[in-house]
Design a protein around this ligand. Sequence first.
Ligand SMILES: [Zn+2]
Length: 308
Amino acid sequence: MLRLYTHSDCLQHDPGHGHAEQPARLSAVLNALDRDRYAALDRIEAPCATREQLLRVHGARHVARILDHVPEPGGIDRLDEDTVMSTGSAQAALRAAGAVVAAVDAVVNGASQRAFCAVRPPGHHATADRAMGFCLFNNIAVAAAHALAVHGLKRIAIADFDVHHGNGTQAIFEHERRVLFVSSHQLPLYPDTGREDECGLGNIVNRGLSPGAGSHEFRELWDGVLLPRMRAFKPQLVLVSAGFDAHRNDPLADIRLGQEDYAWITERLVELARTHAEGRLVSTLEGGYDLTALAESAAAHVDELMTG
Ligand SMILES: [Zn+2]
């Protein structure tokens, strides 16, 4: 059984006309998951994250900056060059982080084996103190910290296959041995971190893909390095930063994956979770900016999460 966490509030974060991280991204994913074959999905309204949950990974000033300064209707608040808040952004960000926390509760408590969070804004660039790269709160980091603090887990693996490096997730956990972070991403590319020599306490594993790389290089990195490191760690819970912007049609990067590659990596992660983590896997949407490629890739991901 696969749970799908989402909320209509996540459509209300509006960075403005022409912005790549648009509400239509989430609509495209949800429309794709509206087909008959997804009738069995267990659909859950995402709750809001609490301040206490956010404060496990974010500084008080950052949390207050997002939650206590909501722009007036029609107004826009620019946090950095490409990260913007509208009236609905704080509420969307609370639902996005809250979804992943609730999904962790569900898989750890046994209510569901796996979950996918169809939410936005994305999270993996947000650091403890700073919104950046379209991200306000680091949804997956908030959820991992929740699993450590509330469920007492001792080994959590985060797999990040978004085409951009999850600099925020890395920075939050680089001194936390209970969390393993593995990432494939294009280099060079925003945010220009994620070199191999960034390894934290040995719990950070980065591998870059050169512009133009495709399915072969991607699968080689995961089969040769990233999945073996995850297996050796024997995680009790697998979390996935599922960005679909390494697709060949994505406008923000130059990697040439197809939806079959997303099915492939998902199947591998499901199998790994089954072997080591009692099947427990929570995935959350990060990037993906070509609406058709995003919808098809997310659907391929969900297909494997349902049946894998
Ligand atoms: Zn991305």
